[in-house]
Design a protein around this ligand. Structure first.
Ligand SMILES: *Cc1c(COP(=O)(O)O)cnc(C)c1O
Length: 237
């Protein structure tokens, strides 16, 4: 039952994504769906995979490593979307496709150092606390350019754009302003033509607001509940 549900949910989300792109006069496929599978068992990830999902998002190092190992024979792009401690970078560096949540120069330096050891370039996004909520990670909008200029000089780390976590909502409209702000920040930074910096990626929008995020330029939306159902944190180790 749950398994059929995932396929149906995915069809619905994909349909909404295409409708939002169309509404915004954007091209089909300009926004990619990341299935946020945190706390969910492998069996459900397998179902999403069977239904065509290749981008998965996880926010805990150990959980990503375990799932990576269990699904290592599949072609998956693992996105790390959670707060990352510098001492844990080494565990995921050779497993992730992109790290969405870089919010300090210290963390960027560690990613660069570990990437250099492996002679691999790691694509990252700078996480911006666009809504300035105290509980949220990320740099403030005014600090983003300075951080990006510093990261630009590090080897083997490649800034691809910006990410934000907007306030929780079930009504996307209420977050439109924040998505516009992140998009504008990205345009402003792009205009500076900083060497080694791309601003093509905007990772924004979750279950409650991904359609609005797409209307405002999101290139990645990160949807968990809308695909896998509610998360149960009660029996977490
Ligand atoms: C959990 C999470 C999501 C998905 O949230 P839903 O509301 O379940 O879609 C997206 N982004 C980040 C960073 C998350 O931690």
């Amino acid at each position: 039952m749950v398994i059929n549900m995932i396929k149906e949910n995915l069809e619905k989300v994909e349909k909404n994504i295409q409708a939002a792109l169309k509404k915004a006069n954007r091209e089909e496929k300009e926004a990619i769906l990341i299935a946020v599978s945190k706390t969910k068992p492998i069996s459900l990830l397998q179902e999403a995979y069977k239904a065509g999902i290749r981008d998965f998002g996880e926010n805990k190092v150990q959980e990503l490593v375990e799932k990576y190992e269990q699904m290592s024979n599949q072609e998956i792009r693992w996105h790390f979307i959670g707060h990352l401690q510098t001492n844990k970078v080494k565990y995921i560096i050779d497993k992730v496709y992109m790290i969405h949540s870089v919010d300090s120069f210290k963390l960027a330096g560690e990613i660069s150092k570990e990437a250099l050891k492996r002679q691999k370039t790691i694509p990252i996004l700078v996480q911006v606390n666009i809504s300035m909520e105290e509980s949220k990670f990320g740099v403030y909008a005014e600090e983003a350019e300075e951080l990006i200029r510093k990261i630009a000089k590090l080897p083997k780390i490649s800034v691809q754009g910006l990410m934000t976590i907007a306030p929780y909502t079930e009504n996307g409209e209420s977050n439109r302003y924040y998505f516009q702000k992140l998009n504008q920040l990205s345009v402003d930074i792009k205009r500076k033509n900083i060497d080694n910096i791309n601003m093509g990626v905007l990772s924004m929008g979750m279950t409650g607001d991904y359609e609005t995020a797409i209307e405002e330029g999101a290139t990645y939306v990160r949807v968990g509940t809308g695909i896998f159902g509610m998360r149960d944190y009660s029996e977490r180790k």
